[in-house]
Design a protein around this ligand. Structure first.
Ligand code: SAM
Length: 302
């Protein structure tokens, strides 16, 4: 199994799809180019592609100040961040102090917000910032607060990413501004992978989420991007399929764990200029490509 490269845990994180994204890059002759995540979160796919040398530059955008501060801090203050990982106590008092930082981020530096985001991400259930500490406040659960905090491993991941800082550009924009500015300036050899907050249940998982009208507006904006290749992943619910009804897409099953295992249909949607591979090394994607082959590979009319 591929190694985790991102230091963040993310509910519904797309890291396991990296082999398919790589297959997409290859099919479209985009290897070595720019790779872009307008909704970066834990950026699991981006980090794996960059560390393994498949893309030359990554652009990570997230409108969450917490998430952005984390990425900014590990790139700009790597040593300080890593020594805090080594020294931090893993107990409920320390956890409460970090929770206070995130309750009043305006009273703290970006570095403090970035570190507290990381601390809660690694010590909360499923990595959800509002999810509560692993093991509970009295630490009586089977798993304790330190269950997902392997200090040395996390430091190694952060140092590796920071060594590639020249190849990473960070943004803290609303995705719509990001599409209107940064995406317009990308070189032609770029892949934009949009993984917006889910249509359903997103308000439980992320601090920033969209309402149904937002999803519709975003769908229009994304489908206007025509200079570079783009793909979108979502939960495969009817309103989303409707918003992208004119695009090629396939549904697949992805299992992820956000407090309890949830097995649902996800959808992958493609820009018209993107070549879709016919098979994948991921069996569940291969199966989906095969069962959707009629609609996926029909000629497109421009
Ligand atoms: C589904 S998660 C992305 C997970 C990511 N693909 C991963 O594998 O870790 C969605 C992310 O979008 C961010 N987000 C929510 N609304 C946004 C907006 N309007 N503009 C930009 N980012 C936004 C959230 O903060 C969250 O980190």
């Amino acid at each position: 199994m591929a190694q985790n490269r991102t230091p963040l845990r993310y509910p519904g994180g797309k890291q396991k799809l990296t082999p398919f994204v790589l297959e997409l890059l290859k099919a479209n002759d985009l290897e070595g180019g720019h790779y872009v995540e307008p909704y970066a979160g834990g950026a699991g796919v981006a980090m794996e592609l960059l560390v393994d040398g498949h893309v030359g530059h990554v652009h990570l955008n997230d409108s969450s100040h917490h998430v952005y501060s984390f990425w900014r801090s590990i790139l700009d203050h790597t040593d300080n961040f890593c020594s805090k990982i080594s020294r931090s106590l893993l107990n409920v008092d320390e956890w409460k102090a970090h929770r206070e930082v995130l309750r009043h981020p305006e009273d703290h530096t970006d570095f403090e917000v970035g570190f507290s985001t990381f601390y809660l991400n690694r010590t909360n259930r499923s990595g959800v910032l509002t999810g509560g500490v692993i093991g509970g406040l009295n630490q009586s659960g089977k798993w304790k607060i330190d269950a997902r905090f392997p200090r040395n491993e996390l430091i190694t991941r952060i140092e590796l990413i920071a060594s590639l800082r020249e190849s990473i550009t960070l943004y803290n924009l609303d995705a719509e501004s990001f599409f209107a500015t940064a995406v317009k300036k990308l070189p032609k050899k770029s892949l934009v992978y949009c993984d917006p907050p889910y249509f359903e249940k997103a308000n439980r998982l992320y601090l920033n989420h969209y309402n149904p009208e937002d999803h519709g507006r975003i769908a229009k904006k994304i489908q206007k991007i025509n200079r570079v290749n783009w793909v979108v992943s979502y939960d495969g619910v009817p309103p989303i399929l409707e918003h992208y009804s004119e695009r090629r897409k396939f549904l697949y099953q992805l299992q992820y764990n956000a407090s309890r295992a949830y097995k649902g249909s996800e959808v992958f949607i493609f820009s018209d200029n993107t070549v879709i591979p016919r098979r994948s090394s991921l069996p569940y994607i291969s199966k989906a490509l095969k069962s959707n082959s009629k609609s996926l590979y029909q000629p497109l009319h421009f």
